[in-house]
Design a protein around this ligand. Sequence first.
Ligand code: ADP
Length: 508
Amino acid sequence: SSMAIQGDDHRVKLPEVKFTKLFINGHFVDSVSGKTFETIDPRNGEVIARVAEGDKEDVDLAVKAARKAFDHGPWPRMSGADRRRIMLKYADLIDEHGEELAALDSLEAGKLFTVTRALDVAEAANCVRYYAGTADKIHGQTLKMSSLMQGNNTLSSFQGYTLLEPIGVVGLIIPWNFPTPILLGKVSPALAAGCTMVVKPAEETPLSALYLARLANLAGIPDGVINVVNGFGPTAGAALCSHMDIDKVSFTGSTEVGRLIMQAAAMSNLKPVSLELGGKSPLIVFNDADIHMAVNLAPMAAFFNKGEVCLAGSRVLVQEGIYDEFVKKMIEKTKDWVVGDPFDPKVHQGPQVSKKQFERVLSYIEHGKNEGATLLIGGKSVGDKGYYIEPTIFSDVTDDMTIAKEEIFGPVMSLMKFKTVEEAIERANNTKYGLGAAVLTKDINLANRMTRSIRAGVVWINCYFAVSHDLPFGGYKMSGFGREMGLEGLHNFLQTKSVVSPLYDSPW
Ligand code: ADP
């Protein structure tokens, strides 16, 4: 079957929804309880599919399968070169099925199809390739250790070496805003390291995760290495975090849930966690910035993916000399920003992912109005069905307002005027978050000063959203800890074992 999109004569054929169960030990299975939940099309609130709803018992089965695959299966034992070969095949299959994967993410999350197709899925396949290339380059170091002394006598000298071993069975908890790239951003380094895993996709976007599990199976990744348990956070997600047989949890999502995850990990088996959490990233426009670039970047930074991006440039700080011109041009630019069906290539912004998020964003907009910010443009929902919101700009925003402090995760930009460099630094850092930041200036010395002064995991100079699998990514402060991507990201899934032997004769 295929679906035509509504409200537009532009028709995109959507793939049939093929996989809706849990994926455990290489097979699609119903949940133990037999329960299912609905996944919803945010364009109209209609049901896309009913998906098996996993809970604690299903997580137990998935962890058992992953444990068996780790303790006895071939994946952690085969050579890195063999894992690389299978991962490269997986990447090719992801590209071959890119259209369907992209359509599933667009359908469930309201993401622009042009973006899921050309960016999300393509980048995710390249991420698999990048980490495939690391699989046969994982090795430790060898050294002659300092001699052990007893009084003035040298007892012996020892050779030490390190083994980099896979950390074990990992739990991967995925959000709904970039379902495919975030899932593969965790799965790829885990696979390269030789881990086995249980994935908990977001309840809003389970379909691409199931499709990706099936492709892994086709690529020859052995049964039990990747398991997918759909379900809700407080049930399936929480069971994963407090499971005694999970060795590590990698989470991307809200700061609020990140705290619960760390707590569950601490209270169960002290499993390490890596947390990629929220942000309130500043985009700082100095007087000497290229104004054309600034007015092109700012709406993209704030409104891309409907503002449902942890790195969204939601606080735009503009120096007073360029402020008036910038605001005038920003408003013109935003008037041309098209909100509508995410499958229509003319559209810039689709619907918010869910009713819950839609209402949350609208309530933040109310806060902005009530707390005295000036609404320059937008501020309302669009249409009479679906979860569409106008791109919205507030000016006269002060640091203490709710819209300046909290992550809105919607198309809402807060404009702030500043005078001096010192003020820009202080206000950029006046947040509990520290994920991203951008500096627009032609002055290299100023740019250097800013990059060293801003407490954030990534600072862009004269660009925005430039992220890829080869550069480490992660947060300062309450945006989380641990780095994903790049070679550093591989080490989330490895642990070091030290081995020692006497170098010459045993002293005993
Ligand atoms: P949002 O609020 O934007 O939906 P969340 O941080 O709640 O983002 O969700 C990100 C992921 O975390 C989802 O897969 C969700 O199911 C999961 N999750 C939510 N609550 C918990 C929890 N208590 N324990 C584990 N995972 C959770």
